[in-house]
Ligand binder design. Structure first.
Ligand code: HPA
Ligand code: ZN
Length: 351
């Protein structure tokens, strides 16, 4: 178990989280509270006994069989979010827990299409999240950025419409970048090339989920067709040495989510992830929680799981944390602050 000195070090390490879906931080207790308050009917016990109680739901979360099996619960869960205050409460609670885990900068995804399709206004979502971001900065000194995701299980044109609605926020910086999430297999990155070409032409930052359930070809497609700066998950590079070399050479960061990959059966154990391979081959990565309310751990749990599996030394963690700062989409001034924070922690924990 990751305990003692190394645990304290990992907790103190200034962490940048780049792969966390705000809707995936909806803990069952808040889910049931909001369902009652907003009069949202959840599946009946006859339809799905998992929704009988917090405990039965948490038990079901421990038995996901695939990405789509998880997404089924993820989209039902977020149907309880209605008002700007709901979105604010959700995000603020995530920031509180992230601060507890030593996160100093967070770049967080959200899925407008899953809310606007239920009649929730796009502005209500972003207003709620923006209020939580302001409070998190004041209360916890956490800086954060929003990344708007296109949902790939829906028609491409639906995503294109959502993207067009988000352009003013992408231009103003209220939303910092564009992402691509949901069902991966059968929805390859190249289908989204027009949206991403427009985003590139406007100078918006771009990332995409690829190489989670699907193979390295999806990662190569994200790079070549979407011209992404990062790839989310991206655990399939060992399948193709040439693509891995390209990621290393271009400094394309992959945002890994160890507990998510185990819970969704993408790998049998954390030890099966290519952490050591990526360190040895110069592939940059950050360690993230993906959907912490569903996968049984926030960002520090994910760091501890990697430590338990790979027994990294402090210099290696310094490199990982440094790459996470470099790969963040915040200002150069903020990056300089984060690097100073990292240096201070390395001095404090020197052997
Ligand atoms: N993969 C794809 N889409 C998602 C995920 C994920 O792990 N989490 C939330 N949406
Ligand atoms: Zn994800």
């Amino acid at each position: 178990m990751c305990q003692g000195h190394m645990h304290e070090f990992l907790k103190a390490l200034p962490k940048c989280e780049h792969h966390m879906h705000l809707e995936g931080s909806l803990e069952p207790s808040l889910l049931f509270d909001l369902a009652a308050r907003n009069n949202i009917s959840l599946p009946s016990p006859a339809e799905d006994p998992s929704f009988e109680s917090i405990d039965t739901l948490l038990a079901r979360y421990q038995r996901f069989t695939s990405l789509d099996d998880f997404l089924h619960y993820y989209f039902i869960g977020m149907s309880v979010l209605v008002t700007p205050a709901d979105f604010e409460a959700l995000a603020y609670e995530y920031f509180r827990r992230a601060h507890r885990d030593g996160v100093v900068h967070a770049e967080v995804f959200f899925d407008p299409q899953a809310h606007t399709s239920r009649g929730v206004a796009y502005a209500a979502i972003v207003d709620g999240f923006a209020a939580a971001q302001r409070r998190a900065r004041a209360d916890f000194a956490i800086t954060s950025e929003l990344i708007v995701c296109v949902l790939r299980h829906l028609p491409v044109e639906d995503g294109a419409r959502m993207y067009r609605d988000a352009i003013p926020h992408l231009e103003s910086g209220v939303v910092r970048g564009l992402g691509l999430s949901s069902t991966e297999k059968g929805n390859p990155p190249h289908l989204y090339r027009d949206i991403y070409a427009d985003a590139a032409a406007r100078g918006f930052r771009r990332t995409a989920h690829a190489g989670e359930e699907a193979g390295v070809d999806y990662m190569a497609s994200a790079l070549h067709h979407l011209d992404v700066m990062r790839v989310d998950h991206g655990i399939k590079l060992p399948e193709d040495a040439a693509v891995m070399a390209l990621f290393a050479q271009r400094g394309i960061m992959v945002t890994m989510c160890p507990l998510s990959n185990v819970e969704l059966r993408c790998v049998p154990t954390v030890a099966a992830l290519p952490i050591r391979t990526y360190l040895d081959n110069g592939v940059r990565f950050s360690i993230n929680s993906d959907d912490p309310a569903y996968f049984g751990g926030y960002v520090l749990d994910n760091h501890c799981a990697v430590q338990d599996a790979f027994g990294l030394d402090k210099k290696e963690w310094e490199r990982i944390a440094g790459h996470a700062i470099d790969g963040s989409w915040c200002s150069d001034e903020r990056k300089a602050e984060l690097r100073k924070h990292l240096e201070d922690v390395m001095v404090r924990f020197q052997d």
